[in-house]
Design a protein around this ligand. Structure first.
Ligand code: 5RP
Length: 213
């Protein structure tokens, strides 16, 4: 089965976690786009969505799904999002679409994080996909030098500005044996806004196509 078909299956399968009356946290990306399409069929049964990006907000609104502010919504029962890599412990690399900061915020606000992926995203060890890090623009070189000290190869995602007005560094060359420790270490660097490792708050459920693992 193609990756696109598996993405569609995963997006549609995640609908079974949506409860009547819920405010649903919605991630970003091509897999989530299938979830949003399926969620539109339930729009009269939910209060609305909290979105993780301008891209998803536009898609949700286009399909008539109300988009609510997280500050007004309070704790969420469910967050559905894709990932760039997923290890056997449901720890993730995210941020390929540069939406990692709002994704991490909405994931943190949710009781259950359902991650929807195709099988190409499954790995034994995180790091083959370059790790995205959102940085304050003036700290780009500073953070880059710190990453080199940690044996990573930082590459500035030139031309990309996040929804928060920041920049992205993609770190190549890391085989991430302890993602929880690395996430904590990188979070401490001055100028780092968000690290694309979702290890301290991993997914609760992973759907690979329509199969829950
Ligand atoms: C965006 C993300 C996406 O979830 C991730 O890049 C996966 O995208 P796709 O579903 O298009 O493969 O983290 O910042």
């Amino acid at each position: 089965m193609s990756n696109a078909n598996e993405k569609r299956q995963a997006g549609e399968a995640a609908i079974r976690y949506v409860e009547d009356g819920a405010i649903v946290g919605v991630g970003t990306g091509s897999t989530v786009a299938f979830f949003i399409e399926a969620l539109a069929d339930l729009r009269d049964r939910i209060q609305g969505a909290v979105s993780s990006s301008e891209q998803s907000t536009a898609h949700l609104k286009k399909l008539g799904i109300p988009v609510l502010d997280l500050n007004a919504a309070g704790p969420l029962s469910l967050y559905v999002d894709g990932a760039d890599e997923c290890d056997p412990h449901k720890r993730l690399i995210k941020g390929g679409g540069a939406a990692l900061t709002r994704e991490k915020i909405v994931a943190a606000a949710a009781q259950k994080f359902v991650c929807i992926i195709d099988s190409s995203k499954q790995v034994d060890l995180l790091g083959r996909f370059p790790l995205p890090i959102e940085v304050i623009p003036m700290a780009r070189s500073l953070v880059g030098r710190e990453i080199v000290k940690l044996d990573g190869q930082p590459v500035w995602r030139d031309g990309v500005v996040t929804d928060n007005g920041n920049w992205i560094i993609d770190v190549h060359g890391w085989r991430i044996t302890d993602p929880v420790e690395l996430e904590g270490k990188l979070n401490q660097l001055a100028g780092v806004v968000t690290v694309g490792l979702f290890a301290r708050r991993p997914a609760d459920v992973v759907l690979v196509g329509d199969r829950e693992i």
